[in-house]
Design a protein around this ligand. Structure first.
Ligand code: PPS
Length: 299
């Protein structure tokens, strides 16, 4: 595959308020097309707050649907081309809407990090299936910090403490983690074609979660196939796999941090100081006081 030229992508993107959410231009400059995107009834939207397990679930779904197709798909097409990032509009690769419009597959697998209220309305009108993945706030924050260090299209994170404070304030790209996970959780109460998954469950028992996905999607994948897929989507396998580890996307500097970094539950313990943890827990209690969604910070 051709390595995209992304040399003009700049780290010095400032965040601005977009419909009440902190965003950068790379994610809003194509907004008319995103807003008017035509979803199809068989589309599957993979929605997450950034760094919650998007790539993991995207690749799992890709294997479930297309794992037995022409081998070139698995060997020469990176995951970000197979599963377009809907709102992405970044130099060097086609926009998310363009890629999605031109996907030859059925179903189309489409990725988004949008909070629920900004999802193009055609997904709801078409009753498309949606898989939402959530990850506990502490690990999510740590993963996001390292991503903002290594991704030249993301705003500077500053040091860990500076990053953490902006994360708590909801001032990172795609806004507040708290609003994101709660907004999607509430949607699940009224929209039955939404499966709400947790990163921690995937780590605890990937095979069980693959089976859950199959049952939600009405797939009659054989036990043997499910087992093969469960193996293929393990952290080490995906880290080695050039098509899933993002090493083909030059906007990321793996010398700073790899995309497939640790893939663990509880890595926050090696980042949070005692004081940061106490402050975080205090704010969490406040922000999540009316929330019914529950997270595990260790398994
Ligand atoms: S992105 O940029 O928002 O699309 O990133 P996303 O894919 O949502 O999240 C990246 C984190 O998910 C981890 N990951 C995995 N963990 C365990 N097993 C598998 N197979 C796996 N695939 C991706 C990845 O390592 C990032 O988490 P951290 O904690 O940084 O390692």
């Amino acid at each position: 595959m051709e390595i995209p030229d992304m040399s003009s992508v700049s780290k010095y993107q400032s965040l601005f308020d977009f419909e009440g959410i902190s965003m950068t231009h790379y994610l809003t400059d194509n907004w008319e097309k995103v807003k008017n995107f035509q979803a199809r009834p068989d589309d599957i939207l993979i929605a997450t707050y950034p760094k919650a397990g998007t790539t993991w679930v995207s690749y799992t779904l890709d294997l479930l649907y297309f794992g037995n197709d022409a081998p070139e798909r698995q060997t020469s097409q990176p995951i970000y081309m197979r599963v377009p990032f809907l709102e992405s509009y970044i130099q060097g690769i086609p926009s998310g809407t363009e890629l999605a419009d031109n996907l030859p597959t059925s179903p189309r697998l489409i990725k988004t990090h949008l909070p629920v209220q900004l999802v193009p309305k055609s997904f709801w009108e078409q009753n498309s299936r949606i898989v939402y993945v959530a990850r506990n706030a502490k690990d999510n924050a740590v993963s996001y910090f390292h991503f903002d260090r290594m991704n030249m299209g993301e705003p500077e994170p500053g040091d860990w403490n500076t990053f953490l404070q902006t994360f708590i304030e909801g001032n990172r790209v795609f806004g507040s983690w708290y609003d994101h996970v709660n907004g999607w959780w509430e949607k699940k109460q009224t929209y039955s074609n939404l499966l709400y998954m947790f990163f921690e469950d995937m780590v605890e028992d990937t095979g069980r979660e693959v089976a859950r996905l199959c049952s939600f999607l009405g797939l009659s994948t054989s036990a043997e196939q499910k087992e093969k897929i469960t193996k293929g989507v393990q952290f080490d396998a995906m880290k080695q796999n050039k098509m899933t580890n993002y090493s083909t996307l030059p906007v990321m500097d793996f010398k700073i941090s790899p995309f497939m970094r640790k893939g663990k539950v509880g890595d926050w313990k090696s980042h949070f100081t005692v004081a940061q943890n106490e402050q975080f827990d205090e704010v969490y209690k406040q922000k999540m006081k009316n929330a019914t969604v529950k997270f595990r910070t260790e398994i």
